[in-house]
Design a protein around this ligand. Structure first.
Ligand SMILES: [Zn+2]
Length: 283
């Protein structure tokens, strides 16, 4: 009953407060949204409008953010939940926006287990107790299909935290019918493979930040899944399959094998990649 009333309230609000055409046109032409069909675009626009209604956006350090910028942020933010439903974000309420990369003074543990009390410069952070922190400059640079998207990265952490009291562990709550053992095995294999690449100094098709922790592995693969799905499917097909089941999307079907730069200039990237290294090849 409560869910029904909530859905009614949402529908009513969306009907009365759509994202204005001009603002939406500018957002949906970003390369990240290439290949989405009309129905997907309509739902993305609705979810983005609901995102802007439900989440407080708090600019800091003198940042002035206009409605266009908010729509560009919201459209990227809801792409991962396009087929999951808005409730997947119902456990947090605020986006804190910095003008550029910011300094975090949290205690953190590095990959070899050393705890640091010092400062980190970050493009984004998903806070276990609530807000998402983002650098606006990096949000604006995120939608170029280069495998790097700070919005998707931090929201993947948020999805990951849903079943573990704010602790991201690389395993978000899986849907009915998904195989938890397969998820664990596939991500563990990929994580260890990336770690071996990192240790050996060999080329990696995936940003080796994914080798930091299992949580970063899931978040970084999520960025690639939505931006350069061929990179995941070519090199880590089992990871692609798990992410396809989790996000209920198949970006391989909609995105070209190209990388975009801010001039909207497509660049072929298939040929520059070396032959995929089979998992465990240097074990
Ligand atoms: Zn992260």
């Amino acid at each position: 009953m409560f869910g029904f009333l909530r859905a009614r309230r949402r529908e009513k609000h969306l009907a009365a407060n759509p994202i204005p055409d001009a603002l939406w046109r500018e957002a949906e032409r970003l390369p990240l949204f290439i290949g989405l069909n009309d129905d997907e675009r309509r739902r993305l626009r609705e979810q983005a409008a609901w995102f802007l209604h439900e989440k407080t956006i708090t600019p800091l350090q003198g940042l002035e953010i206009d409605d266009q910028a908010k729509v560009i942020l919201a459209a990227q933010a809801v792409l991962p939940i396009l087929n999951l439903g808005f409730d997947a974000y119902d456990d947090w309420h605020e986006v804190v926006l910095y003008p550029a990369q910011f300094v975090s003074r949290d205690r953190y543990t590095d990959p070899i287990g050393v705890v640091h009390e010092g400062e980190q410069v970050l493009a984004g952070q998903a806070r276990p107790e609530g807000p998402i922190l983002l650098s606006w400059l990096d949000v604006a640079e995120s939608a170029w299909l280069d495998g790097w998207n700070v919005v998707i990265h931090e929201l993947a952490h948020k999805l990951d935290m849903r079943d573990s009291a704010g602790h991201a562990n690389g395993r978000p709550p899986l849907h009915k019918g998904m195989d938890a053992a397969a998820w664990k095995r596939v991500f563990s294999d990929a994580y260890h493979h990336l770690n071996r690449l990192a240790d050996s100094g060999r080329y990696s098709p995936i940003d080796l930040y994914a080798a930091e922790t299992p949580a970063e592995c899931f978040a970084v693969f999520s960025e690639y899944f939505f931006e350069t799905p061929h990179a995941v499917a070519d090199h880590y097909p089992a990871v692609y399959e798990q992410l396809k089941q989790f996000y209920k999307q198949d970006p391989l079907l909609r995105l070209p094998r190209v990388r975009y730069r801010p001039a909207y200039e497509p660049v072929e990237f298939g040929p520059i990649w070396p032959t995929p290294a089979p998992l465990g090849y240097d074990a």
